[in-house]
Design a protein around this ligand. Structure first.
Ligand code: FMN
Length: 268
């Protein structure tokens, strides 16, 4: 199989068999079920060095980092030659991991101008495996990468401990869709079309308060039957307060739901 028929899954975590790995694996299995050849790459084996800002800016013409960086050579070639990309990141401090960020920044510097990834189907998975905070904000840099590189991204997968099983399933579904899209790569016809396309993707436009409500919702949905009714009523109260313009009271209510749900979840 030619390299540009392969769906590549990048695991952006230092834990080789952790949750990022499990989610990216599920996504690749979905692609595999739909007939695609797949390859999983541990970014921990190829940690890109920080961009050193070559002046003059020659890497954009040479299409190569000006400084020796074998990890970047390796990863960028894999991505440039793939048919579809899955990028999984653990959420660190409500953001992507450093190894993902350094890779993205160097890709911008070398390739954003020539845009060789136009129309490449892709999606991102972010796993906020601790508190769950940052489940959306941790994915935004990944989707900024896709957008700036003019790739055609599918819905993001914001994963936490609380919705982990459904995130695994969703990753598999999206992996299958990615395999289908990879056969017919479509670039955007204009910047405007691309911007509106990305604006229409779910989750990424959530405010901080809405992101916290989503997290509280995932927590309540993960609770055993019977234990969650009263907790979930708290979310309804939060929504009523928000509708009445009481944003701070509403968010405090969301936090109460989250804390109460977390206690039950951890006692399970
Ligand atoms: C430096 C660091 C920062 C973290 N920050 C967050 C965070 O902001 N939100 C969260 O839910 N979990 C956070 N975690 C927990 C990781 O998201 C969690 O362990 C996740 O499962 C990591 O993926 P992995 O299993 O693939 O390593 C953090 C972990 C580390 C090491």
């Amino acid at each position: 199989m030619a390299t540009n028929e392969i769906i590549v899954g990048l695991v952006g975590s230092p834990n080789r068999d952790g949750r990022t790995y499990q989610l990216v694996t599920a996504a690749l299995e979905g692609a595999d079920r739909n007939g695609a050849e797949t390859e999983l790459i541990q970014m921990a084996d190829h940690v890109v060095a920080a961009c050193k800002d070559c002046i003059p800016w020659v890497c954009r013409e040479n299409l190569k980092c000006t400084y020796d960086d074998e990890a970047f050579e390796f990863l960028s070639k894999k991505v440039l030659n793939c048919a579809g990309l899955i990028l999984g990141t653990p959420v660190y401090w409500w953001d992507t991991s450093g190894m993902v960020k350094y890779f993205i920044l160097k890709m911008f510097r070398v390739y954003a101008r020539s845009a060789p990834l136009q129309g490449l189907p892709a999606f991102g998975i972010g796993i906020a495996g601790g508190t769950g905070n940052g489940l959306v904000s941790g994915l935004r840099p990944v989707y900024h990468f896709f957008q700036m590189m003019q790739m055609r991204a599918l819905d993001p997968v914001p994963a936490t401990r609380f919705n982990f099983d459904s995130a695994i399933q969703r990753s598999g579904e999206l992996g299958a869709r990615l395999a289908a899209m990879a056969k017919d790569r479509k670039a955007f016809s204009s910047l405007e079309e691309r911007l509106l396309y990305y604006d229409a993707l779910p989750y990424l436009g959530l405010s901080r308060a809405e992101e916290r409500r989503l997290l509280a919702d995932y927590v309540t949905q993960s609770l055993p039957e019977g234990s969650s009714a009263e907790i979930a009523r708290g979310l309804a109260r939060a929504d009523t307060l928000a509708a009445a313009g009481k944003a701070l009271d509403s968010l405090a209510e969301v936090s109460k739901v989250y804390e109460a749900g977390l206690e039950v979840f951890e006692a399970k």
